[in-house]
Design a protein around this ligand. Structure first.
Ligand code: PEP
Ligand code: MN
Length: 337
């Protein structure tokens, strides 16, 4: 980080500022220029808040040179992080995750599990605790839903991913392979801190209007607790102008891949909101370098209790899987970042 101070800053004020920074394990130098005084800072600068520093007397500007998300940053960890989930190596091999928005019945989840496995999915998704916009809509089967999901995953030979909306659900989710933090909870820092204490894979979705930096700082909550098994998932942001449910931020995929070593998945379904948009968004995401996709699939989308409009039929998912697989050799995948 570099601080730019007014040219007339008295020396005692500079000494006091450097002494305060030293308490936060930050050391600084001092270079007097023609129009200002520069303080280059080194050490644990991620602890510093540029806005707070800029509010101090004599400080004209505080500029970061390294990201605040220092554990998530690729600069600190050049190799891709690989999160093992059963036989799946998320971050190394392209992975397709598929399943219904919500687990609704044993028949539904078993039918979808078998179909998506046959079509090439390597993980099964299904919500049991659903964070719905309206309290009057289907809220998920909760414990029963988790049990049905785990059972269907075992039968089909697929690890399972489901959303955790509160840390009190952890015991019920003991047999779940990947805990999902939904877009609405990306900034639930209490939940993130608790999940940071675990040593289990967490799939963190981007908040509805989160910047890439906010997204990576949310991941930093997990990493700074010691949980290194973090998977990111772009799922579209609110733009106010998108004709789809959300604007899939395709550019965030290469931006994230450069900024962080964590795997970057994409959920085209929640961005699309309509089933006919899912395939083009999935292809765009794969081409832009995503490490995998998470897609909503239902055996009878018209009867789905949640997100039926954006759910693919099992057959449509088979077609998506084939199309994405055919595209992968041409996808953006640099050797070095
Ligand atoms: C989901 O994946 O089930 C979900 C609710 O997605 P999001 O949190 O991205 O809205
Ligand atoms: Mn959904």
């Amino acid at each position: 980080m570099i601080l730019v101070l007014q040219k007339n800053t008295p020396e005692p004020a500079i000494r006091q500022l450097l002494a305060q920074l030293a308490l936060q394990n930050v050391k600084g130098g001092c270079v007097a220029g023609e129009t200002s005084i520069l303080l280059p800072l080194v050490g644990e600068t991620w602890r510093l808040d540029p806005a707070a520093l800029q509010a101090l007397p004599y400080v004209q500007e505080a500029r970061r040179l390294t990201p605040a998300y220092h554990l998530a940053a690729r600069s600190a960890h050049p190799e891709n992080t690989v999160v093992p989930v059963g036989d799946v190596r998320v971050g190394a091999d392209f992975c397709l995750i598929a399943g219904p928005c919500a687990v609704e019945s044993a028949h539904q989840i078993q039918t979808v599990a078998a179909a998506v496995k046959a079509a090439g999915a390597v993980m099964l998704r299904g919500g049991a605790f659903k964070p719905r916009t309206s309290p009057y809509t289907f809220q998920g089967l909760e414990k029963t839903g988790v049990d049905l999901l785990v059972q269907a995953g075992r039968t089909a030979g697929l690890p399972v991913v489901t959303e955790i909306t509160d840390i009190s659900q952890l015991d019920l989710l003991a047999d779940v392979d990947v805990l999902q933090v939904g877009a609405r909870n990306m900034q639930n820092y209490t939940l993130l801190k608790a999940l940071g204490q675990l040593r289990r894979p967490v799939l963190l979705k981007r908040g509805l209007s989160a910047t890439v930096e906010e997204f990576l700082l949310a991941a930093e909550y997990l990493l700074s607790g010691g949980n290194e098994q973090v998977i990111l998932c772009e799922r579209g942001v609110r733009s106010g102008v998108s004709a789809a449910r959300a604007a899939l931020d395709v550019s965030a995929i290469p931006v994230l891949k450069r900024a962080t070593h964590l795997p970057v998945l994409v959920d085209p379904s929640h961005a699309a909101g309509r089933s006919e948009l899912v395939l083009p968004l999935a292809l765009a995401a794969a081409a832009a370098g995503a490490d995998g996709l998470m897609v909503e699939v239902h055996d009878r989308p018209a009867c789905a209790l949640s997100d039926g409009g954006q759910s693919l039929t099992c057959r449509q998912f088979r077609e998506l899987s084939a199309a994405v697989t055919a595209l992968l050799p041409y996808a953006w995948r640099p050797d070095t970042f």
